[in-house]
Design a protein around this ligand. Structure first.
Ligand code: 1HA
Length: 273
């Protein structure tokens, strides 16, 4: 179901298949190779929040409309002084960084479905997806040092974790582009498929994920993020532990005792620890 019109979206298409548990966010600026402007980022953040909060959704696809690009990064035509500015925000900012954090925090797997170019800030978005499935025509690379930009956050640290320090320095210092198979060889993507099979293969991966335990998957994602994300990463993992504790008899006893104005009887309950 396409919900873009109901949501008043201009730069993003938001589709859901609740019966399958899948949401798809697609950047809809194909004539600009799906470059993002502040409006695009705002809409992506909104749709990601909708997908995250939707109990029927278990897996999220991030992609770009058309076969030519996943995303070519920040729209250079609205790059103003000190950030991107399409007149829709109070001041020029780098709002894609907020989206990056939101993607890391999202407990549901996000899959990048990449056809064509994933470049600059668009390349970083695919790297921050939990999985990347790409077509044979996919092209990956950073252009920052060529166009006067760089991402010294996840765009550097997470890249180095994916491809290693030497390769990450090569990608940033030389600004070369890499083919789908080169990307697969360096661990940037999970699989490469013919363009015609891209959507079908991505759906297969989604359906496979949907067969597995959402709680286990959320905890695995938090665990895999934890060391790189420092205290915020541990918080995510710890928050899952607290939620699971709330479901336990011992956790509920604390709340019940408070509400009933009595002393809690934790020790009367069997406890595993
Ligand atoms: O580094 C950051 C950040 C760092 C920290 C915090 C926040 C950040 C946020 C963003 C970014 C960045 O993303 S910096 C990197 C920005 N992106 C680029 O430098 C890529 C620019 N595009 C290209 O190199 C090429 O267009 C391409 C390799 C993706 C595709 O080439 P192709 O197939 O030859 O198409 P091309 O003719 O170049 O593009 C088609 C149309 O799309 C052109 O417009 P037209 O001449 O038809 O009017 C082109 O200008 C436009 N276009 C493509 N990419 C962008 C773009 N327009 C604006 N911004 C773009 N990124």
């Amino acid at each position: 179901q396409d919900q873009s019109t109901a949501l008043g979206l201009t730069d993003v298409i938001y589709r859901t298949a609740p019966e399958e548990g899948i949401a798809k966010l697609s950047i809809n600026r194909p004539s600009l190779r799906n470059a993002f402007r502040p409006t695009t980022i705002r809409e992506l953040k909104r749709c990601l929040a909708l997908a995250q909060d939707d109990l029927k959704i278990g897996v999220i696809i991030l992609t770009g409309e058309g076969d030519e690009a996943f995303c070519s990064g920040g729209d250079q035509s609205v790059r103003g002084e000190g950030g991107y500015d399409d007149g829709s925000e109070e001041a020029p900012r780098l709002t894609v960084l907020d989206l990056q954090v939101q993607m890391r925090r999202c407990p549901k797997p996000i899959i990048a479905m990449v056809a064509g170019y994933a470049i600059g800030g668009g390349h970083i978005l695919h790297m921050l997806c939990d999985l990347t499935i790409c077509a044979e025509n996919a092209v990956f690379g950073q252009t920052g040092p060529r166009v006067g930009s760089f991402d010294a956050g996840y765009g550097s640290s997470h890249m180095a974790r994916l491809v290693g320090q030497k390769k990450a320095r090569e990608i940033w210092f030389l600004c070369r582009f890499y083919s789908a198979h080169e990307a697969q060889d360096m661990g940037l993507v999970n699989t490469v498929v013919p363009l015609a099979s891209l959507e079908g293969e991505t759906l297969k991966w989604c359906r496979r994920i949907m067969e597995n335990s959402p709680t286990a998957i959320a905890c695995c994602k938090a665990a895999l993020n934890a060391d790189e994300d420092g205290a915020a990463g541990i918080m995510e993992l710890a928050g899952n532990a607290t939620r699971l504790f709330y479901l336990s008899e011992e956790g509920k006893e604390g709340r019940n005792a408070f509400l009933q104005k009595r002393k809690p009887a934790f020790r009367a309950l069997s406890t595993e620890m």
